[in-house]
Design a protein around this ligand. Sequence first.
Ligand SMILES: Cc1cc2nc3c(=O)[nH]c(=O)nc-3n(C[C@H](O)[C@H](O)[C@H](O)COP(=O)(O)OP(=O)(O)OC[C@H]3O[C@@H](n4cnc5c(N)ncnc54)[C@H](O)[C@@H]3O)c2cc1C
Length: 335
Amino acid sequence: MMEKQPGPVWVIAEQIDCRILPVSLQLIGQARKLAVELKASLETILLGDQMDEQIQQLFAAGADCVYLGNAPDLAYYQPEIYTEIIVKLAKEHHPEIILIGSTAMGTELAPLVAARLDTGLTAHCIDIALDDNKILEQKIPAYGGLMSITCPEKRPQMATIAAGVFLKPELDESKTGEIIPLEIPDKIPGRIQTLEIVREESEGVPLESAPIVVAGGAGAGDPEGWRKIADLAETLNAALGSTRPAVDEGWTELETMIGQSGKMVSPELYIGVGLSGELQHMVGIVGAKVMVAINNDAKSPVFEQVDFGIVDDCREFVPVLIEKIREYQEKKVTC
Ligand SMILES: Cc1cc2nc3c(=O)[nH]c(=O)nc-3n(C[C@H](O)[C@H](O)[C@H](O)COP(=O)(O)OP(=O)(O)OC[C@H]3O[C@@H](n4cnc5c(N)ncnc54)[C@H](O)[C@@H]3O)c2cc1C
C-alpha cells in the first residue's frame, strides 16, 4: 500500500512595522529540518501590509512557498481576521504541522487557530523533533525534566516556540520560492480591532542581547531586596532578569521574566540571585557562557547547574558586592 504523503509544514511568520521577527526565521530554520524528514514542503503564511520586499528573507531562511496576505487591514495583528485567514487556508491545504512564535501575537493566535481546527496545541515548547513514526514530539519542561507531548490523531500538530530556542539559519539569498497572494476581502468583520501599537519604552539594557544578565528570584524577599538586585544589574551595566515569583510579587515587569514562558537569553555572564534553579527558569539561560548563583541555601539545586556558587544571604551579600565592583571600576578609571 502506498504511504500517505504528509501535508506541508507551516510556519506562521510575524511582522511588526513590516519587519519580520527573528523568531519567524528561527522557526523556518527548524521547520526546514522537519520538512526534509517528512519529505514535505515548507510553507509560510505572512500577513501584513506592503510586505513584498520582505518575502525574500523567508525564502532565504528555507521556505518553499509563501502565502502572502497584503492589505492595509492586516498591517497590525488582528486576532479574528488573522485566525479566519489561517483557518480557511489550513482547511484547504491540510498542513501536517503549524509552528508559531511564542510572542504576544503567537500565544493568542495559536489557541484561536487550534480551537477552530479542533486540534491540539503545545505552548512554549523548548524543542521539537519527529519521533520514529514521524509524529512531532513537542518538548516542554515539566516534573523536573523534559516532557514530550504528541498529537498522534489530529492534524495539524501545533506548537508555539519562543525566540532564541533555535538559532537563525544561515540565509541563502539565492533561494527563491513560490508566492501565493491571498485574496483579502475589503472589509473584514471583527469584534476586536487593533487600532495602533503603542510601544513601552524599555528601561536599561535589553535582555536578549545583553552580555551580562543579573536575574533575581523569590529570595529577594521584598521590594527593597529587589532594588538591591536591580542595583547590581545597573552597576554591572547588565540586563535585569527575573523568575516568575518576582513578577508575581510585582517587583518587576513580565518583560524581565526568563524561562519557558519568558525570554531566552545567552549572555557571556549570568548571575542568578535568590533563585532555586527550577527548570522552567533555567531553560531560558541554556546559552549562557558562565553562570553564577547566589543563594543562602547551600543545598539549593541551583548550585548543581552553575559554574560558581556563593552561599550567602543576598540581601547582605549583594550590597557588599556592589561596593567592591564600584571600587574596582573607580580604580580602573584612575589607572
Ligand atoms: C508551565 C510553567 C511555566 C513556567 N515558566 C516559568 C518561566 O518562564 N520562568 C520562571 O522563572 N519560572 C517559571 N515557572 C515557575 C517555576 O516553576 C518556578 O516556580 C520559579 O522559577 C521559581 O522561582 P524562584 O527560583 O525565584 O523561587 P523559589 O523556587 O521559591 O526559590 C527561591 C530561592 O531563593 C533562595 N533564598 C531565599 N531567601 C534568600 C536570601 N535571603 N538570599 C539568597 N537566597 C535566598 C531560596 O533558598 C530558594 O532557593 C513556570 C511554571 C510553570 C508551571
